[in-house]
Write a protein that binds this ligand. Structure first.
Ligand code: HEM
Length: 101
């Protein structure tokens, strides 16, 4: 069954475009990772306090996802994470889903 890993990011007001640009220009290492299916960056609602985004990744299985988190591809993708200042209002919130239907 499919497995979905989502990370929610709360982005400072006025910084949404900069955040999107960081993700657009990132070096991606997902292509060719065993069991990886799809990636989307999702933009949600904005409030006065933050703009909501989620990274959404779809995997063939929980095992494939977990193997990626231990891989060099994961390490490289996150080598620069946390460098941007004033954009992220805190650490991301991870949510993991098993597809049931
Ligand atoms: C197990 C937990 C995590 C998952 C499932 C996850 C998911 C992802 C995915 C799928 C990518 C794209 C990788 C690529 O294209 O090769 C990515 C990149 C990124 N992740 Fe994570 N991530 C996790 C942990 C974290 C943490 C803890 C942070 C923040 C400290 C973070 C911040 C970022 C950033 C900022 C990028 C790329 C943007 C850039 O290059 O600056 N992630 N993450």
């Amino acid at each position: 069954m499919l497995f979905i890993a989502m990370n929610r990011f709360r982005i400072a007001p006025g910084k949404a475009e900069e955040f999107i640009e960081i993700w657009r220009q990132r070096e991606s290492y997902l292509d060719g990772v065993p069991g990886f299916k799809e990636f989307h960056l999702l933009q949600g609602p904005a409030t006065e306090e933050y703009s909501l985004f989620a990274s959404h990744s779809v995997w063939e299985s929980r095992e494939a996802f977990e193997a990626w988190t231990r891989s060099e591809a994961f390490r490289k993708a996150h080598a620069g994470a946390g460098a941007a200042k004033g954009i992220y209002l805190g650490p991301p919130q991870l949510e993991l889903f098993d597809a049931v239907i």
